[in-house]
Design a protein around this ligand. Sequence first.
Ligand SMILES: Nc1nc2c(c(=O)[nH]1)N[C@H]1C(S)=C(S)[C@@H](COP(=O)(O)O)O[C@H]1N2
Ligand SMILES: [Mo]
Length: 166
Amino acid sequence: MGDLRQFDVPESVDPDEWRLSVTGAVRHPTDFGLADLTDLPLETYTHDFACAEGWVAEGLSWRGVPVARLLERVEPVDGSAYALVGGMDDGYACSISLERLSEAVLAVALDGDPLPVEHGGPARLVPTGDGADCWESVKWVRELEVRETEPTADDTAKNVALSRIE
Ligand SMILES: Nc1nc2c(c(=O)[nH]1)N[C@H]1C(S)=C(S)[C@@H](COP(=O)(O)O)O[C@H]1N2
Ligand SMILES: [Mo]
């Protein structure tokens, strides 16, 4: 049994300034505020979160918007296959296939409370299913940029995460 770790919140993270932009290879680029998200039907996803550093937080209950609902709004163009998910901490971005993104939850609550900024509030990407890496659970998500090709060069998340491991 364990909890999520308490990492420092970077200075560039200001929850009051938070908006989500869904951009890139989509027909209708859209900006969402928190109320736009919480007006949508929310779902709960419960799982154990395991970090590559070797700790586990068991039985986390995330509540949020299925990302599929957001993608329906923006309509990715034919041929789009990936997204780059960016956090409010500058330089942190994670590549994910559109298929896995469409099965993810954009969490706005954790264990019944609004998602605290320490754990990525207002909104954190929570990929579902087995085999997600801890660094794909992007805190303070401010941009989902849909791409046609895999954004490998812009994907910094794994390096940031592994650089914290001694
Ligand atoms: N934006 C952002 N998201 C992030 C990270 C980060 O540095 N920046 N670290 C990742 C890693 S490696 C882990 S283990 C978890 C840690 O979540 P916690 O701070 O809620 O314990 O956040 C993930 N999401
Ligand atoms: Mo991690």
